[in-house]
Write a protein that binds this ligand. Structure first.
Ligand SMILES: Cc1cc2nc3c(=O)[nH]c(=O)nc-3n(C[C@H](O)[C@H](O)[C@H](O)COP(=O)(O)OP(=O)(O)OC[C@H]3O[C@@H](n4cnc5c(N)ncnc54)[C@H](O)[C@@H]3O)c2cc1C
Length: 199
C-alpha cells in the first residue's frame, strides 16, 4: 500500500491502491465552481410506429435510458426493418397499412426484450438503494461473478436473449463470492483477470 506520505516519489501507476490514493488526493483539492445542475430524467417509451404517409425509427419511435448503450443498434436495425417494409409496399406486395404493421411487429420483437432489461436495470440499479450489507455481499458477488459478466456482455452484444441475464446471484455466484471474500483468495484474484473474451 502506498500512503500519502510516499505519494510524490511514487511511480506513475504502481498499484490500484496508488490510483485510489491519487484519486482521493485529487478530490481533496477540488472545489465546486458552478452550480450542479445534473441531467433531466430520462424517459423510456415507444411511440406509434407508423401512420398514413409516415413512419418512425430510432429514438423517435423508441427511446430509452442510455445505460445499456443500445440506441444506435436499435436505430440502425429499425431503419433496416422499415426499409424492407417500404420495399414490399413499393413493389405492390403489401398495402401501406400492411407494410406499416409488419414493420411495427418486427421492430417491437427486435427491441422490446432489451428495452425491458434496460428499464428493469435502471429501476433496480439506479433508483433503488439497498442496505450497504446487501451491496457489499450479494450485489458485489453478482457484479464480479465471471459467469454473470459473460452473460451480461453477451446480452448487451445481442448474442443472447436479455432474459438470460439474472437479476439476483445464482447459488454458484454466491459460492464464488464467498470464496473470493476470503482474505487469501481475494489477494490471488486481484492478480488474475476474471473474464475471458466474449465469443
Ligand atoms: C448520454 C447518452 C449516451 C448514449 N450512449 C450510447 C451508447 O453508448 N451507445 C449507443 O448505441 N447509444 C447511445 N445513446 C443513444 C443514441 O445516441 C441514440 O439512441 C441514437 O443516436 C438514436 O439515433 P437517431 O438517429 O434515432 O436519433 P438522433 O441521433 O437523435 O438523430 C436525430 C437527428 O434529427 C435531427 N432533428 C430533430 N428534429 C429535426 C427537425 N425538425 N428537422 C431536421 N432535423 C431534426 C436532430 O438534430 C438529430 O441530428 C446515448 C444517448 C445519450 C443521450
Amino acid at each position: 500500500m502506498i500512503d500519502r506520505a510516499t505519494f510524490p516519489s511514487a511511480p506513475a501507476v504502481a498499484s490500484s491502491p496508488f490510483i485510489y490514493d491519487t484519486s482521493m488526493r485529487m478530490l481533496d483539492e477540488i472545489g465546486m465552481i458552478t452550480e450542479l445542475k445534473g441531467i433531466r430524467q430520462v424517459e423510456n417509451a415507444y411511440r406509434e410506429a407508423y401512420g398514413q404517409g409516415w413512419a418512425l425509427t430510432g429514438d423517435a419511435f423508441h427511446y430509452k435510458d442510455p445505460i445499456d448503450g443500445q440506441g444506435i443498434y436499435d436505430a440502425l436495425n429499425e431503419s433496416k426493418l422499415l426499409a424492407e417494409a417500404i420495399i414490399e409496399w413499393k413493389k405492390g406486395n403489401l398495402t401501406w397499412e400492411q407494410a406499416g404493421a409488419m414493420y411495427k411487429e418486427k421492430a417491437w420483437a427486435a427491441t422490446y426484450p432489451m428495452f425491458n432489461m434496460t428499464v428493469q436495470r435502471v429501476k433496480r440499479e439506479v433508483h433503488t438503494f439497498p442496505p450497504k450489507l446487501i451491496i457489499n455481499t450479494l450485489i458485489r458477488w453478482l457484479l464480479n461473478d465471471p459467469a454473470y459478466q459473460r452473460t451480461f456482455l453477451r446480452a448487451l452484444a445481442r448474442v443472447e436473449a436479455p432474459s438470460t441475464v439474472p437479476s439476483t446471484p445464482s447459488l454458484g455466484a454466491i459460492w464464488r463470492g464467498i470464496l473470493s471474500s476470503l482474505p487469501a483468495r481475494s489477494k490471488r484474484q486481484e492478480e488474475t483477470p476474471a473474464l475471458s473474451p466474449v465469443q
